[in-house]
Structures are given as structure tokens and as C-alpha cells.
Design a protein around this ligand. Structure first.
Ligand code: COA
Length: 323
């Protein structure tokens, strides 16, 4: 766990975008041997948004990025970073095209790849770029069209995954102000790569039960490291915003932490597992529901392929988002 010193990185804007196409559980059940009841009770998911053919990760990222810039009241930033595991092409990175389409041609732009932990790796990198004094503002976008990696006949992964994008703007500020990112924990274990993998020219494969167990342990431990580094008690945390993998995983993490499950913010029922977009989509849900208030203590956590995991603690800023 690392604690930022002195100059801080402050959350200054938030924006999200979901592709309009919705696939309900009943729609999946028309094509696959599954049911709305099975999916809802095992995962908490009712529907997911799926991008139309021809709509790529970059397209979703541009919309979320535009909204985050508007939320921050900025038209320019010093760098654009994109967390994605489904870039528009394997080379080059997608971030430079996204930056160009946002009118930010010329600024440094690159991709970060850490699957479902992507947004936490991205936030940590962006905060470090600001805390170091290198940049004053960064646009950080988590976007994935992970549905494109799925075997269309696989009822398990198709039930879980949705597409989407979410973005934040970080600006230089003081550690003591609302919105400051205060504590960070990241980790990986490449020896367990086969638990969640998209093999070359293959479809996404997952060992569901082992993923479930690992996700609960890794997210719980990562949150505990961040809390102990900051001297925050579990009771003092107003909101836990986890990567939205499966509602049962989120309930188990809250239980292991001894945190009131009502303090978990999630909209997994409406969006499913959206990989790198998952945490900002939950944050936007929390803002819309007026649950996230300035000064609240918020802890983000995530787990995903790699294996990778992480947690970040911050206080919530006074920001608004567009519809
Ligand atoms: N509809 C109906 N049956 C399904 C199904 C679906 N959509 N998906 C899987 N099943 C079946 C399986 O084929 C298996 O059948 P079998 O026993 O005949 O082989 C059975 O359900 C598995 O049942 P069970 O083991 O009791 O399921 P589960 O409670 O472990 O739930 C997952 C399965 C995938 C929902 C669960 O393991 C999970 O969520 N894992 C984590 C996944 C995740 O979060 N991945 C992303 C991490 S970032």
C-alpha cells in the first residue's frame, strides 16, 4: 500500500456511456439453454448493453471521455490514458485515436491493459503522473467491448459480460481536499493466468468457481491493506465501489470485510460485468442516486484476469455528471 505525499491527485470529472442495445436474460434464453431465474439468482444480472457490430471500444471511450471533460469543465488535458483489454486493433494503442477524436491531438496517449482491474491500474498510473508533478490534468477512460471475445454458444460468459465505457478527469490538488485519491494497492499473480484467458484466436475462457473464490479473497485483502495504510476503520467507509463481477461476489466481499452490504454501490443488474468500465459505471450510478456526497469516504476495489487486483481509497468530490 502506498500513500500519496503532499501534492495530490483530485477527481474532477466523471462521465459514462453505454451502447444503446440491451440484451435481457430472456433474450439470451431464446438462443441458449439458460433462464432469467438462473442468471438472476447466480449473478444478480438482469440485462447487459451490447455494442452493435462495427461499434468499437474507441467509439464508446470517446463518448465517455467527452462527458468526463464536460463534467470537469475542461476542453483540454495533459494526457489521455485508456484502460482496455479489447482495443480497436492490436497495434497501435486505441488511446491516440480517442484523444484525436476528442480534439486532444498532440497530447501523450496510451493504453493500459489489466482486464477487470484496468480502471484501478489506470487511476493509480494517472494519480502518479499528477503527484510527480509531470502533469496537471489527465483524462482516464476505462472502456471495453468484451462481448466480442465471447463464444456465442457459451451460456456462462454471455450471461455475465456487457459492453460500456466510463471516464474520469484527475487534476492536481491538495491531499486534504474533497476528491483526493489517498491510498493505493495493486497486485498480480501470473501463475493463475488460465483462470481467465482469451487465448490467441480463441474465445474467452473462465474457471468460474476458482475465479469466484479468488475474487473474494483478493478484493477483501486489497481493501484491508488500503484501510490499514490510511488508518481508516471499516465502519468509517461510507461506500465500497467494487468491480461488478457478480452480485454474489460483491456480497461476499462486504461480508468478509464486515461492512454493511447497503454501503456497496453497484448497478450490475442493469449492466453486467463491463470489465474496465465497471467501476466508473458504478460511480455514475452512485452520483445519480445521490448516494455519493462530497467528503464521503469511498473505497474502490477490483479483480480480474492476470490475475490482477487492487484497491484505491478517496474522498468524494462535489461533481455533477450529464445524463
Ligand atoms: N444458465 C444455466 N446454467 C448455467 C449457466 C447459465 N447461464 N451458466 C452455467 N451454467 C451451468 C454450468 O454449465 C454448470 O452445469 P453442470 O453442473 O451441468 O456442468 C452449472 O451451471 C454450474 O453451477 P454452479 O457451479 O452451481 O454455478 P455457480 O454457482 O458456481 O455459478 C458462475 C457459476 C459462473 C455464475 C460463478 O461461478 C461465477 O460468477 N464465477 C465468477 C465469474 C466472474 O465473476 N468472472 C469475471 C471475474 S472479473
Amino acid at each position: 500500500m502506498r500513500k500519496t505525499m503532499g501534492r495530490g491527485a483530485v477527481l474532477a470529472g466523471l462521465g459514462v456511456h453505454l451502447p444503446p442495445g440491451v440484451v435481457t436474460n430472456d433474450m439470451l434464453a431464446e438462443a441458449l439453454d439458460t433462464s432469467d431465474e438462473w442468471i438472476r439468482t447466480r449473478t444478480g444480472i438482469r440485462q447487459r448493453h451490447i455494442a452493435d457490430p462495427g461499434v468499437g471500444t474507441g467509439d464508446l471511450a470517446v463518448e465517455a471521455g467527452r462527458r468526463a471533460l464536460a463534467s470537469a469543465g475542461l476542453s483540454t488535458v495533459d494526457a489521455v490514458l485508456l484502460a482496455t483489454t479489447t482495443p480497436d486493433q492490436s497495434c497501435p494503442a486505441t488511446a491516440p485515436q480517442v484523444a484525436d477524436r476528442l480534439g486532444l491531438r498532440g497530447c501523450p496517449a496510451y493504453d493500459v491493459s489489466a482486464a477487470c482491474s484496468g480502471f484501478l491500474y489506470l487511476l493509480t498510473t494517472g494519480a502518479a503522473l499528477i503527484s510527480s508533478g509531470l502533469f496537471e490534468t489527465v483524462l482516464l477512460i476505462g472502456a471495453d467491448t468484451f462481448s466480442t471475445t465471447l463464444d456465442p454458444t457459451d451460456r456462462t460468459t454471455r450471461a455475465l459480460i456487457g459492453d460500456g465505457a466510463g471516464a474520469v478527469v484527475l487534476r492536481a490538488g491538495r491531499e486534504g481536499e474533497d476528491g483526493a485519491l489517498l491510498g493505493f494497492d495493486l497486485g498480480s499473480d501470473g501463475s493463475q493466468v488460465d483462470l481467465l484467458v482469451v487465448p490467441p484466436r480463441g474465445h474467452f475462457q473462465m474457471r468460474g468457481k476458482q475465479v469466484f473464490t479468488n475474487a473474494v479473497i483478493r478484493m477483501t485483502e486489497s481493501v484491508e491493506r488500503v484501510l490499514s495504510g490510511l488508518g481508516w476503520s471499516v465502519e468509517s467507509v461510507n461506500h465500497l465501489v467494487p468491480h461488478q463481477a457478480n452480485a454474489r461476489i460483491l456480497a461476499a466481499v462486504a461480508d468478509q470485510l464486515g461492512l454493511d452490504p447497503a454501503r456497496t454501490i453497484t448497478n450490475i443488474g442493469d449492466v453486467g460485468n463491463t470489465v474496465a468500465a465497471s467501476i466508473p459505471l458504478a460511480l455514475a450510478h452512485g452520483v445519480r442516486e445521490e448516494r455519493l456526497r462530497p467528503g464521503d469516504r469511498v473505497v474502490l476495489t477490483g479483480f480480474g484476469a492476470g490475475l490482477t487486483w487492487g484497491a484505491i481509497a478517496l474522498t468524494w468530490p462535489g461533481i455533477s455528471i450529464t445524463a
